[in-house]
Design a protein around this ligand. Sequence first.
Ligand SMILES: CC(C)(COP(=O)(O)OP(=O)(O)OC[C@H]1O[C@@H](n2cnc3c(N)ncnc32)[C@H](O)[C@@H]1OP(=O)(O)O)[C@@H](O)C(=O)NCCC(=O)NCCS
Length: 157
Amino acid sequence: MSDQSPPHNPADKPERESVAGLTFRPARDEDTEALVTLWEACGLTRAWNDPRNDIAFARGGASSDVLVGTIEGQVVASVMVGHDGHRGAAYYVAVAPAHQGTGLGRAVMEAAEDWLKARGVWKLNLMVRETNLAAKGFYEGLGFTRSEVVVMQKALA
Ligand SMILES: CC(C)(COP(=O)(O)OP(=O)(O)OC[C@H]1O[C@@H](n2cnc3c(N)ncnc32)[C@H](O)[C@@H]1OP(=O)(O)O)[C@@H](O)C(=O)NCCC(=O)NCCS
């Protein structure tokens, strides 16, 4: 899916501080290598997950996409968004290390929430590794609360 969604520009929201020059749009084919580089730099890739496959799968779905944040044409942030008909989800939340701590992470989550709200989704669930204390602090600062649930999984392929 994707290139049909309008670009999301936090600068359109005068009530919120925006980051100069930051624009969000759906990922394109040519963004794949920049996304993988970004995710590697942010420590988000895992040996058992092929990030290129993850990108292709999310971009190909009717209810999912990958959003990239760019400044002067360079990919500096990302989020994979989607919903399963009930809850929204965000994965691969990433800000390039050189830009972290300058408000891009907040803008990333705003872009994800706007994408989901535009599709009628009313709740966003996140999975954060127990060891990722910085990300937990970041999400708590944005109003996320801890759910008393255990995430279970089963490989299907
Ligand atoms: C987590 C991440 C996306 C945050 O992005 P960022 O650009 O550094 O965050 P921002 O500058 O937009 O910060 C937004 C708010 O969160 C707060 N925040 C950021 N990190 C925090 C932390 N470790 N603890 C508490 N608050 C934190 C900031 O102070 C800021 O608050 P403010 O707007 O009230 O000043 C970024 O650090 C990153 O890419 N990390 C590596 C990848 C990762 O772990 N992703 C999450 C996977 S679940």
